[in-house]
Ligand binder design. Structure first.
Ligand code: 4AD
Ligand code: MG
Length: 446
């Protein structure tokens, strides 16, 4: 009894220290301290409004002349954008404030000052912002994107973890190409000659799938891509599920369930951030199973109907993908591409050898390919022939061929590019904003 009394008494009499901005609403009427950075500031005569940010939210702190010491009022007046501050005050409900609460400040401690922060609320050119990416990350738009990216990453892990997939980590330094030799970063590797930065963990995921059944790998991959488009990075993150005893159809079922899960998770938990980005949610809400499935042949027909002089056998380009995806109100799966434009490991369609059992998923609204996948060639002799046809060094693939020698099974998988997915869900103009420090052919700083 005494304990409860003392406890209650303490609760109401002590200051709530070091609270996160997102939780100050729980302490309405009480005094709290919060730590963060000065996001913005305005003043109206005897009142200074300091907006503090701490990563979890924004809090308007009000300094009334007279309610704080002269000295503190002076500091509140002079302190520069992005100074690190500790502010104490009483929490008050305020319907118009972001988060619904404000702080009537009683004290202010300067942890460190910041002067002339280069990024101000005015418009800056993109190159300037990219040069200052390390600081630009603090803007509310970038914070919103990073939070959505994190929610997508979590959804990716949850989805597979909940479905008995085992996360496996695949190497970044590899002895050979996986996705064609034209986009390889190479490096000297001691006495062993050259090593290459991986373009995809798939081949190693396949070996793991033969041990564990259902696996996924999730990590950075590299492409020495000469493309300067808004969809291309040289370093990006890919998640790759690989499933034993699964065919192309199973693979497409998995892909559509996966995309629905990711998008609906973000809509559920990150609506506020999507609003900061001004994202139109209509198309995102449509991302529900079943997703439309069309063959490459049907895709070509769509292109020709739309006046494109498309030559059968070519790969789909960015513009082609946009025209095709514009016919649908949700992502579309394009399957059975000509094998000539696809990777060596893809199984050919037993019904027509010209086609690979491949699937690409095209995002709506012009975001293009977000998933590429296939059923894998599981026959030793056929795979060996493909390796030779593609002029790949057999020695580097002996281990991969072994998988077809010892208990080979039909298996399939796909890779989803994280940054393209973030860009699409956030409605970004360019992938450069979808990752904290983008790497592109013309930029590797900061
Ligand atoms: O279609 P890709 O090249 O497929 C693979 O690498 C397979 N080995 C995956 C698998 O089956 N396990 O790449 C997969 C996805 C693309 O759909 C795209 O989203 C993304 O990776 N991607 C890129 N993202 C950003 N920048 C680039 N340069 C990208 N290249 C591919
Ligand atoms: Mg692809």
């Amino acid at each position: 009894m005494v304990y409860i009394f003392v406890h209650k008494f303490l609760k109401f009499s002590t200051k709530q220290i070091n609270k996160l901005i997102k939780e100050v609403g729980k302490f309405a009427g009480q005094e709290v301290t919060v730590k963060g950075w000065l996001y913005n500031k305005r003043s109206s005569g005897k009142i200074k409004f300091l907006i503090l940010r701490d990563g979890t939210g924004y809090l308007q702190c009000i300094f009334f002349k007279g309610a704080v010491s002269e000295e503190i009022f002076e500091i509140a007046d002079k302190i520069g954008q992005e100074s690190a501050l500790e502010i104490t005050g009483k929490v008050r409900a305020e319907g118009r404030a972001p988060g619904g609460f404000e702080l009537d400040a009683t004290n202010l401690k300067v942890i460190s000052e910041s002067h002339e922060f280069p990024i101000t609320p005015k418009d800056h050119g993109i190159e300037f912002l990219m040069d200052n990416r390390h600081l630009w990350l603090r803007s509310n738009r970038q914070v919103a994107i990073l939070k959505i990216r994190h929610r997508i990453t979590k959804a990716i892990r949850d989805f597979f973890d909940e479905r008995d997939f085992i996360l496996v980590d695949t190497p970044i330094l590899t002895p050979a190409a996986c996705e064609g030799t034209s986009t390889l970063f190479e490096t000297e590797y001691f006495d062993l000659g050259k090593a290459y930065l991986t373009q995809s963990g798939q081949l190693y995921a396949e070996a793991n799938a033969m041990a564990l059944g259902k696996v996924y790998n999730f990590g950075p991959v590299f492409r020495a891509e000469k493309s300067k488009t808004r969809r291309h990075l040289t370093e990006f993150w890919m998640v790759e599920p690989e499933v034993a005893f699964a065919d192309l159809n199973d693979n497409m079922n998995l892909a559509e369930e996966f995309l629905e899960y990711i998008v609906q998770s973000v809509l559920q938990d990150r609506e506020e951030e999507l609003k900061v980005l001004g994202r139109d949610l209509t198309m995102l809400k449509n991302v529900k199973r079943p997703l439309p499935r069309i063959s490459y042949d049907e895709a070509v027909e769509i292109l020709r109907k739309n006046g494109i002089d498309f030559e059968w056998g070519n790969d789909l380009g960015g513009t082609d993908e946009t025209i095709i995806s514009n016919q649908f109100d949700r992502p579309v799966m394009v399957h059975r591409y000509p094998s000539a434009v696809k990777a060596f490991y893809m199984k050919h369609d037993p019904e027509n050898d010209k086609f690979a059992l491949a699937v690409d998923v095209l995002a709506p609204e012009g975001y293009g390919e977000i998933i590429g996948g296939s059923q894998r060639e599981d026959n030793f002799d056929v795979l060996l022939k493909r390796i030779e046809e593609h002029n790949l060094p057999r020695e580097a693939f002996e281990w991969y061929l072994d998988l077809r020698k010892y208990g080979s099974v039909p298996h399939s998988g796909f890779g989803l590019g994280l940054e393209r997915t973030v860009s699409w869900i956030c409605g970004l103009e360019h992938v450069r904003e979808s990752i904290p420090f983008p790497r592109m052919i013309y930029r590797n700083t900061p």
